[in-house]
Write a protein that binds this ligand. Structure first.
Ligand SMILES: [Zn+2]
Length: 152
């Protein structure tokens, strides 16, 4: 049962990662760099996984314990990918490139979390937008702000 559960989790995770890519939706964590290296790609995938985990946790789909475990695993993967990216950059002689630090990664996660906890979700695409947003930053649809009064 544990193996089946793990496989199911992997399947769901892969689906969550591929879905926005397949539907041609540009994930906000992806920068406009032309061709990401393998390490850069892995880092982005890890960050997207982390975002998904944050999202599911915020939506109540993921329990506290599962979330902490998942977050630790993905963070480890993300940091490993970042280190690989740095090594890659050094190997290519691109000394000017500076990979994100742990602090920057934490800041990225904190930003995602603040949007999840204080922000509003787009009803069209589910993208978390900052609190007070009137339009979705992802698809441009109008978002429902919970604290907006219905009228006088
Ligand atoms: Zn949207």
């Amino acid at each position: 049962m544990v193996i089946i559960g793990a496989l199911l989790l992997v399947g769901v995770t892969v689906f969550l990662i591929l879905q926005p890519i397949l539907s041609g939706m540009e994930a906000p964590l992806w920068s406009s760099e032309d061709e990401p290296s393998e390490a850069q790609f892995k880092k982005r995938v890890s960050l997207l996984q982390l975002r998904d985990a944050e999202y599911e946790y915020a939506m109540g789909k993921l329990g506290e314990e599962d979330y902490q475990t998942l977050r630790r695993e993905i963070s480890g993967e993300a940091l490993a990918a970042i280190k690989a990216e740095e090594t890659e950059a050094e190997g290519a002689g691109a000394g000017r490139f500076e990979g994100p630090t742990d602090a920057e990664l934490e800041a990225e996660i904190a930003l995602v979390r603040s949007r999840l906890t204080g922000g509003v979700f787009c009803s069209a695409c589910g993208h978390p937008n900052p609190a007070g947003s009137r339009f979705c930053g992802e698809c441009g649809d109008t978002v429902q702000t919970p604290e907006t009064p219905a009228g006088p």
